[in-house]
Structures are given as structure tokens and as C-alpha cells.
Write a protein of this length. Structure first.
Length: 262
């Protein structure tokens, strides 16, 4: 089982360029400030980041329809300055996704490690940071979409499961992702939790296998900085697959039982 790129070099460039330019700009405006904050979590770095992060999340739909609201600016600043919260983000900085892979279609590895305890610790940290974002930065949140958007904006880790990305994954062959709402999992061994913790490994393996194709296309696009943002690059392309039905990725064979994955 693996996720592979089925689009041509030209089709990938076109998909990147067709993606809403304001979303590209929003992402970069947060990520630049987040880089400074992650390196040095001072008030001077946290304050402007909290301000821009809050504005971008609101532009991205927070507070509208059934989406959660964003906490006050003061609460965002205080959370970013919490040493434990800052430390939880460090484990998901942009290079993390490229360190994850799947061997023989089912066995997960982090770097050269496939130890079960090591993998379980990663799963716990991922679900924990999403839960902390949900309760500390958002109000009345029940689904994974906005916590994943925050994690993506702050660290570039992996795509956020918004409606279009879920459609893109579903059309690529990920069973069970094209649902109306992807609820925050309470049980880390649940069906929903396993989809969250297994997906980044398949994405990491996909990027490693197709790195030249993806990065060469990104370099020739209108947004060459995506070369150094694998999580965001995959986010953009999966979004475009979901919104335009363009065949960019294919996962084969389909995963029908996420509980069976180690």
C-alpha cells in the first residue's frame, strides 16, 4: 500500500499556481514569524505571531458556520509563551514529515527506527499537540480541521484535513476520509485516531519517493519556496485534487481497515 504521484510535471505546476494566491500568502506570512518563534520563543516573537495567526485563521473560516472560534489575542500569546506548548511543537517542525516512511506498504518507521514504543510515543505526541491546540487556541472546537491548520501554519508538518483535502484523499483511495466532519478523537486507538497517526507516514513515503518530481515542479511554479515546505506542498496538491478532481495522487490498494495497521 502506498501513495504515489500520478500527475505530470506540468500538471503539478498548474495545480500549485491555480491554488488561491491569498492562501499561499497567508501561509507564508505565518510561517515566517513561526520560524522566528520556534527558534526563540520570546514575547517579541510570540506577539506578532499570535496576531497574524489569529487573523489568518479568521480569514480561513474560523468562527463561521460550525467552525470553532479563535481565542483572544492575549490567550494566544500566553499559550505560545508556555514552554510546554512550545516544546510540543518542536517535534513537528517541517523536516519531521520527511523522516517518516512506510516499509512494504504497512510497517511504519521514523528514520531508521520501527520500535513499537517509539512509534506509540510519536502517536501520543501528535494527538496530544492537536488536543492542546484545540483547547488552548480555539473555542468550542470538536473536529480536527482547525487544530491541524494551526499545526500546519506553525510547523509545516502535514496537510490539514479540511473538506477539500479530505475529498482529495478520498479520490486518491484513502477510505473513510471523505466524511462531513472529522471529529477530534478521544481514544488514541480509535478508527479516527489511527487515520490521523498513520496518514503522515504514507505522506512522508510519498514525498520521499516522488521528491524530484514534486520539488522540481514547485521550483518552477509561482511559489518556489514550497520546495522547502513538503507538508504544505502536499496540502496544496491534495486540496487541488479535492476541489478540481484533477488526478494528482493515487493510493493503491485502498486501506479498508485502519485498525489493522501497526
Amino acid at each position: 500500500m502506498r501513495l504515489t504521484v500520478v500527475a505530470s510535471h506540468a500538471a503539478i505546476i498548474n495545480a500549485i499556481n491555480m491554488f488561491n494566491s491569498e492562501y499561499h500568502n497567508d501561509y507564508q506570512s505565518v510561517s515566517k514569524l513561526a520560524t522566528l518563534y520556534l527558534a526563540t520563543p520570546t514575547e517579541a516573537n510570540a506577539t506578532p505571531l499570535a496576531n497574524v495567526l489569529r487573523s489568518v485563521l479568521i480569514r480561513w473560516g474560523a468562527g463561521k458556520r460550525n467552525a470553532p472560534k479563535v481565542q483572544t489575542l492575549q490567550t494566544l500569546e500566553a499559550t505560545l509563551l508556555n514552554p510546554a506548548f512550545h516544546a510540543s511543537l518542536i517535534g513537528f517542525t517541517n523536516g519531521t514529515l520527511t523522516n517518516l516512511t512506510v516499509i512494504d506498504g504497512s510497517f511504519r518507521m521514523i528514520g531508521n527506527l520501527a520500535d513499537e514504543a517509539h512509534l506509540l510515543e510519536f502517536d501520543k505526541r501528535l494527538l496530544s499537540v492537536l488536543s492542546n491546540i484545540s483547547t488552548s487556541l480555539l473555542i468550542e472546537n470538536t473536529n480536527v480541521t482547525y487544530p491541524m491548520k494551526v499545526l500546519l501554519l506553525l510547523t509545516g508538518f502535514m496537510p490539514a484535513l479540511d473538506s477539500q483535502v479530505r475529498k482529495g484523499l478520498s479520490s486518491a483511495g484513502f477510505v473513510g476520509t471523505n466524511v462531513t466532519r472529522f471529529i477530534m478523537p478521544a481514544d488514541m486507538d480509535s478508527f479516527q485516531a489511527r487515520k490521523l497517526t498513520r496518514l503522515p507516514f504514507y505522506l512522508g513515503e510519498c514525498f520521499a519517493t516522488n521528491q524530484s518530481l514534486l520539488t522540481d515542479a514547485a521550483a518552477e511554479s509561482d511559489y518556489p519556496w514550497l520546495v522547502d515546505e513538503p507538508g504544505r506542498l502536499l496540502d496544496v496538491l491534495l486540496f487541488m485534487q479535492g476541489s478540481t478532481a484533477s488526478p494528482l495522487f493515487l493510493f493503491a490498494p485502498k486501506i479498508s481497515n485502519w485498525h489493522a495497521l501497526p
